[in-house]
Design a protein around this ligand. Structure first.
Ligand SMILES: NC(=O)c1ccc[n+]([C@@H]2O[C@H](COP(=O)([O-])OP(=O)(O)OC[C@H]3O[C@@H](n4cnc5c(N)ncnc54)[C@H](O)[C@@H]3O)[C@@H](O)[C@H]2O)c1
Ligand SMILES: O=C(O)[C@H](O)COP(=O)(O)O
Length: 527
């Protein structure tokens, strides 16, 4: 089967070539939302940069879509929630353009300090105004970096090479990370009061929207310079305009804008504001990096795998994957078993990873999602997947709990899945063996069940004359039993009979099994 990929923003040739080696590729730039809605249904994957707004309407119409790739960092032009609901993996290329954006930031800072764009334009007009373009040295000045992620840190290193003092604010980065680089981390309020130059490197999210505003500008040093090569909207453009006009801010360098392109922004009329049209990632090197990254991830997803930089699916460290996959298969089977065992709606599900398996820590989220997929697939028209399983579970009123413990009793590793319905709590235990997953207990009844194929599970009283008639009954209908075991606690007590059968068991036969002497309840399951 041949997959179809739409590339709706300019993508470097190296990425296109990789995609073409695997699938059909259409390159169509500048499509409107309506045009995209019309054609998107035929594509298995979509690759964009920041030019295409991937709206909920487009995603709603993307019935064959498995993957949306962002050849760059910011996914703020993609409705990731809508993609998650539809089970579409969204990934970006987070490292590919870090250095391009870093160097652009440094270039903007130096251009701002030395009035290079203005002086260049003036000279080209035939002027020779040397005193008009007096600048400042960056040597010895304090640079305030807001957002100390990939780009923020690389900018810091280069500023230090210019002999600047670097201070930083990032609520998610420990002070030791800064200290190890000779950067003092502090509150944003303190940073604003101390910096000669402020550069922002955060995503545009509610906590960063307009974090540079009228009030925060008032706390800054007179003559501060401000740089935004991250996202339009982090700086309140109206407040910036007023502060540049008043002289409070000596100059601003902007690569990104609240509205792009910023056709009517009054900031474009100010001499002290220098601008570039969102060029931070526009280097040959960065474009090659991000194009190759998303092309490779796209192919991985279309082949049924996962994307290494997925933003809406659990990430798995590559070295962990071979160890984790068998447990994910186990939890998927446990989920499927739970869905068929449960009487009534499941309100709470818990996955407990015990023993050595618990060491995989945050990677276990993947196994949990696969468990939920197994649980939900039996109930849904469209199969769930690792992207949307947790979302769907929550939407259906299930609380999902994940636990770990180093203690697995007699096992090296054990997984216990418990689930609650109005009728109470049930628990399934399972292990991974060399030859695949095994269910070792259901509700405390020990067994060694291969979770595969057709199975009858029957609650019964463990006394003579109960198991035999069920086997005779199945024989009467020509249903072959390939494996049989009884999980019991004591003779004469309630026990669990597990019959692996080669064929589907029709409901009328299951009715007879359920009514057979000593049987309390019986269910036919497909695992
Ligand atoms: N101009 C361009 O062409 C261009 C190119 C690449 C990246 N970008 C943008 O640059 C930004 C940074 O990219 P990155 O690769 O360094 O991302 P990153 O995820 O590595 O770093 C972002 C940092 O912001 C921090 N942060 C989050 N909320 C914060 C808050 N409220 N206050 C302070 N810090 C906060 C995070 O903890 C993180 O460390 C992104 O917005 C990205 O889209 C722009
Ligand atoms: O988030 C990013 O990676 C940058 O904003 C680059 O955007 P672009 O791919 O549209 O140049």
């Amino acid at each position: 089967m041949s997959f179809k990929v739409l590339v709706s923003d300019p993508l470097a040739e190296e990425g296109i070539a990789i995609l073409k080696g695997f699938c059909d590729v259409d390159e169509k730039a500048d499509l409107s939302e309506d045009e995209l809605v019309k054609i998107i249904g035929q594509y298995d994957a979509l690759i964009v940069r920041s030019g295409t707004q991937v709206t909920a309407r487009i995603i709603e119409a993307a019935d064959n879509m498995k993957y949306i790739g962002r050849a760059g960092v910011g996914v703020d032009n993609i409705d990731c929630d809508a993609a998650t609901k539809k089970g579409i993996i969204v990934s970006n290329a987070p490292e590919g353009n870090t250095l391009a954006a870093t160097e652009h930031t440094v270039a903007m800072m130096m251009a701002l300090a030395r009035n290079i764009p203005q002086a260049s334009a003036s000279l080209k007009k035939g002027e020779w105004k040397r005193s008009k373009f007096m600048g400042n040295e960056m040597n010895g000045k304090t640079l305030g970096v807001v957002g100390f992620g990939r780009i923020g840190r690389e900018v810091a290193k280069r500023a230090q090479a210019l002999q600047m003092t670097v201070i930083a604010y990032d609520p998610f980065i420990p002070a030791e990370v800064g200290a190890a680089m000779g950067v003092e981390m502090m509150s944003v309020a303190e940073l604003f009061t101390k910096a000669d130059v402020i550069t922002v490197h955060t995503p545009l999210i509610p906590s960063t929207t307009h974090m540079v505003n009228k009030d925060s500008i008032a706390t800054m040093r007179d003559g501060v310079r401000i740089i935004n090569c991250a996202r339009g909207g982090i700086i309140d453009e109206a407040a910036l305009y007023d502060a540049v006009v008043s002289g409070k801010i000596a100059g601003a360098a902007l690569d990104v804008f609240e509205e792009e392109p910023p056709t009517s922004s009054p900031l474009l009329t100010l001499d002290k504001v220098i601008v570039t049209p969102h060029l931070g990632a526009s280097t040959v090197e960065a474009q090659k990096n991000v194009a190759i990254s998303v092309a490779q991830q796209c192919i991985e997803v279309l082949k049924g795998g996962s994307a290494r930089s997925a933003v809406n699916a659990p990430l798995i460290a590559p070295e962990i994957r071979p160890k984790l996959e068998p447990f994910a298969l186990l939890t998927e089977k446990m989920g499927s078993l739970a869905a068929q065992l449960a009487d009534g709606a499941i309100t709470e599900v818990e996955f407990a990873y015990l023993g050595e398996v618990s060491e995989m820590k945050q990677n276990l989220k993947y196994a949990t999602r696969m468990g939920l997929k197994g649980l939900l697939d039996k109930a849904l028209h469209e199969p769930a997947n690792v992207v949307n399983a947790e979302f769907i579970a929550q939407q259906r009123g299930m609380t999902v709990v994940e636990k770990t413990s180093a203690d697995a009793g007699d096992y090296k590793s054990l997984v216990e899945m418990s689930f609650k319905t109005a009728k109470g709590k049930q628990t399934i235990s399972g292990i991974v063996t060399r030859v695949g997953p095994r269910i070792t207990a259901i509700n405390g009844y020990s067994m060694d069940l291969v979770p595969k194929g057709n199975v009858i599970i029957a609650d019964h009283i463990n006394r003579p004359g109960v198991v035999g008639p069920v086997c005779v009954l199945l024989g009467k209908y020509n249903i072959n039993i390939s494996n049989m075991q009884v999980g019991r606690v004591d003779v004469g007590s309630e026990s669990l009979m597990i019959l692996a059968v080669d064929d589907l068991v029709p409901s009328n036969v299951m009715q007879e099994v359920a009514e057979s002497n000593g049987i309390i309840s019986a269910k036919f399951m497909q695992l």
